[in-house]
Design a protein around this ligand. Structure first.
Ligand SMILES: NC(=O)c1ccc[n+]([C@@H]2O[C@H](COP(=O)([O-])OP(=O)(O)OC[C@H]3O[C@@H](n4cnc5c(N)ncnc54)[C@H](O)[C@@H]3O)[C@@H](O)[C@H]2O)c1
Ligand SMILES: [Zn+2]
Ligand SMILES: [Zn+2]
Length: 365
C-alpha cells in the first residue's frame, strides 16, 4: 500500500474486504463504528509519508456504539456512545501520571507497533494478522479497541459530528487552548486549513483571539476560513505573504500554528511569529524532514517553538468539554464536515483530500 500511485480511485490502495475480528480481550471493547472521518494522517500512510506496519486497517477518527465489553471493563455499558482518541493512555506511565496522556509511552509504543494498548492484534485476514491504526482502525463496521482509547460522549450528538472530536477538533482546538493558552486579544495565525487547521481557527475564535489570520495555498480554503471567523487571509504562495502578515500585525503574530504537515509551512509560521512569540507545530512531516531556523534569533528574540500532539489533550477531560462548546454554539465544528460517503467510495475520497478539495469527509456505516 505504501506510496500508492494516483489516482487512488484507480490504484485502490484501500481494499474493502471482509476480515476476522476477534472478540475483545481484557480491558478491550467491541465498538460498532457509525461514522469515521478521513484525516491527512491516514493519507500519509497511503502516500508513504508516514511509514506504518502494513497491512493495516486505517482510520483513527470515529464515533460509534459499544456493542460488547471485554473482561475488566466496568465503566462502560453496551449501548454507550463513544469517541475514539488516537492515543490510548495507560494512566500509569510518567507522562500519564503528570497529566500529559497524549504522550503516553505504552500508547505511543503500541501505536508504532500497530497493536492495541495491551499488545494484541484482533484483526486477521485468513492466516495473516492485520495491524491496527493508532489503536482505532475505524474504516470498518466494527472495531475492537482498548478501553483506554475510548471516551463516552453524549448520545444526543450525531455520530458524524461526534467523530470529528476524535482527531481534528481535539488536535486543532487543543493546540490553541492546551499546548499554548491563547489569551483573549491575542494575534494568531493558522498555516494549513484542513480539518485540523480550521478547528484551530474555530478554537482561536472561541478563545477570543482578536486577530486571526488564515494561511493556505488554496483560495477556496481561504474563503471558507473567512466564513469560519478569520479576520484576515493570506495565500502562502504570494511572494509578499510574510511581509503582509508582519505589516498587518506590526511585527508578527503572538502565536502561529503550523497545521499543514510541511516543513515549508513551518518555516513560514516561524517567520510570521513576532519577537517573544510562539510557533506551534501540529503538522506531521515525513520523518526525514529537517527544519533550519536562525539560532541567534531564537535566543535574542526569545522565541518559542513547540510541538503539539493530539492537542496536548487529556481526551477524558477535553472531548466532553469541546463537545459542550459545540453544543453551546461556541465551536461550530459541524462546518468542518464537507461530505458523507460510503466505505466503497473511500479511495476516491482520498484523492479529494490529497487535492485539497475537502475538509472532513466522513464515512457513515
Ligand atoms: N499533531 C497531531 O496530533 C495531528 C493530528 C491529526 C493530524 N495531524 C497532521 O496535521 C496535518 C493537517 O491534517 P489535516 O487532516 O487537516 O490535513 P488536510 O490535508 O486536510 O489540510 C492540510 C492543508 O494544508 C495546506 N497546505 C499544504 N502546504 C501548505 C503550505 N506550504 N502553506 C500553507 N498551507 C499549506 C493544504 O492546502 C491543506 O488545505 C497533517 O500533517 C496531519 O498528518 C497531526
Ligand atoms: Zn488524524
Ligand atoms: Zn501512559
Amino acid at each position: 500500500m505504501s506510496g500508492a500511485p494516483r489516482p487512488y480511485a484507480a490504484s485502490r490502495p484501500l481494499v474493502v474486504a471482509d476480515v476476522t475480528l476477534d472478540p475483545p480481550g481484557r480491558d478491550e471493547v467491541l465498538v460498532a463504528v457509525r461514522a469515521a472521518g478521513l484525516c491527512h494522517s491516514d493519507l500519509s500512510v497511503i502516500d508513504g509519508n508516514r511509514p506504518r506496519p502494513l497491512p493495516m486497517v486505517l482510520g483513527h477518527e470515529c464515533a460509534g456504539v459499544v456493542e460488547a465489553l471485554g473482561p475488566g471493563v466496568t465503566d462502560l455499558r453496551v449501548g454507550d456512545h463513544v469517541v475514539a482518541a488516537f492515543v490510548p493512555s495507560c494512566r500509569h506511565c510518567e507522562p500519564c501520571a503528570h497529566g500529559r496522556p497524549a504522550l503516553c509511552e505504552p500508547g505511543a509504543a503500541s501505536n508504532t507497533a500497530g497493536t492495541l494498548l495491551g499488545g494484541a492484534r484482533r484483526l486477521h485476514r485468513g492466516e495473516q494478522q492485520l495491524n491496527h491504526h493508532l489503536g482505532v482502525s475505524a474504516f470498518a463496521e466494527h472495531a475492537v479497541m482498548s478501553r483506554r482509547s475510548l471516551v463516552r460522549v453524549d448520545a444526543a450528538l450525531p455520530f458524524e459530528h461526534a467523530a470529528l472530536f476524535g482527531c481534528a477538533v481535539t488536535t486543532g482546538v487543543g493546540a490553541v487552548v492546551n499546548t499554548v493558552h491563547t489569551p483573549p486579544g491575542a494575534r494568531i495565525a493558522v498555516v494549513g486549513l484542513g480539518g485540523v487547521g480550521l478547528a484551530a481557527l474555530l478554537g482561536a475564535r472561541a478563545a477570543e483571539a482578536a486577530v486571526r489570520i488564515a494561511v493556505d495555498l488554496s483560495e477556496d480554503k481561504l474563503m471558507l476560513a473567512r466564513e469560519l471567523g478569520a479576520t484576515d487571509v493570506c495565500n502562502a504562495a504570494d511572494p509578499r505573504a510574510v511581509e503582509f502578515v508582519r505589516e498587518l500585525t506590526h511585527g508578527g503574530v503572538d502565536f502561529a500554528f503550523e497545521m499543514a504537515g510541511s516543513t515549508r509551512a513551518l518555516e513560514f509560521a516561524y517567520r510570521i511569529t513576532r519577537r517573544g512569540g510562539t510557533t506551534v507545530t501540529a503538522g506531521l512531516a515525513p520523518p526525514q524532514s529537517m527544519l533550519s531556523i536562525p539560532h541567534l534569533g531564537l535566543v535574542a528574540e526569545e522565541r518559542t517553538l513547540k510541538g503539539s500532539y493530539l492537542g496536548s489533550a487529556d481526551p477524558e477531560r477535553d472531548i466532553p468539554r469541546f463537545i459542550e462548546w459545540f453544543q453551546g454554539g461556541r465551536l461550530p465544528v459541524d462546518r468542518l464536515l464537507s461530505s458523507r460517503l460510503a466505505l466503497d467510495d473511500i479511495n476516491a475520497a482520498f484523492d479529494t483530500l490529497a487535492d485539497g478539495r475537502a475538509v472532513r469527509q466522513v464515512v457513515l456505516f
